[in-house]
Design a protein around this ligand. Sequence first.
Ligand code: SF4
Ligand code: SF4
Length: 377
Amino acid sequence: MKYRHFDKLGIDVSVFGLGCMRLPMIEKDGKKIVDRKISDRIIREAIEGGVNYFDTAYVYSEQDNEAALAHALRGGLREKVYIATKLPIFKCESSEDFERMFCEQLERLETDHIDFYLVHSLSGEQWDKAVSLGICEFLDKLKREGRIRYACFSFHDDYAAFERIIKAYDWDMCQIQFNYMDVENQAGVKGLRLAGELGIPVVIMEGLRGGRLATVPSEVREVFDSYNEHRTDVEWAFKFIADFQEVMTILSGVTDTEQLHDNIRIFSELTANSMTNEEHDIIKRAADAYMKRIKVGCTGCKYCMPCPNGVSIPDIFTTWNNAFRYGTTLGGNQRYARMKNQGNGADKCIQCGACEGACPQHINIIEMLRVADSELS
Ligand code: SF4
Ligand code: SF4
């Protein structure tokens, strides 16, 4: 296993962080819970393989994920690892909720402190709410009392929101979505570099884009096959991310020990700043091959919004693009059906034209919405 060291933290953390979110679940007494037998095995074998970073959250696995992690760490393993868990800010209505949920988390995790404590899934809007509820003071207090070691946040929004949040508090770590298809999406490379300049280590989530980059379409595979050495789709995806020295840890969720051992093998060979120009070129061509499958060049900037008639223009285009880019047509259809049920579908467009002049990509929005509706319905 490879480890990375950041002065800000002063500890060595494994490049492979086990994302516990995908631990298999079973039904017990009419309730869905994490399968303790399998999760114990995965977590303990991960520790034997050198993994020392374990990621969970209050809300994962129908709120049973933290307890499952604690179960696997019984018998002296807790002291050997770093636990990262998250405060569900989206469930908090007052500062009292922070303390109540944090105490619940300590209890579930069977520990007296949490190593990495993240404010979960911040957007610009959620950050404003968190600040107004006193999140900065709360994190300061937890650190002072030794109940958390590092104050952190996970993020899903655009670069502007990322820059605002990362500069607004003395963070010890941040977690962002990043992979070779998202270099200009959300925080993106720009966000990664900014974190590096600020000396804040970065944990990566969605390195395989929800698993889609683990089984790429044939056009993308052909690009990978043009390299003189065989590498799996997963190896290419993780190699790209690990090449950034700003990255501390890459989260990968496994559902069985076979995947776990494959990950341990891959992460044992990954180092920063080691990719050649040829390898960078392969990644770029693979991303281009993926992009060719998209239907409309919408960047999600939202300049066209709000539509006076409730049409979720960028969401419809994103759903349409993703459905065809990653071959998940059924999921796209279901997502679009939900939008329509909520009155945000393209069928609500009355062709007023208010959106089109605002689009910096000069997209023929009315026509594209019509085609999206027919292909997703
Ligand atoms: S043209 Fe359609 S999508 Fe655009 S603003 Fe008007 S109603 Fe909304
Ligand atoms: S303005 Fe254009 S590019 Fe931006 S979200 Fe709307 S359709 Fe997409």
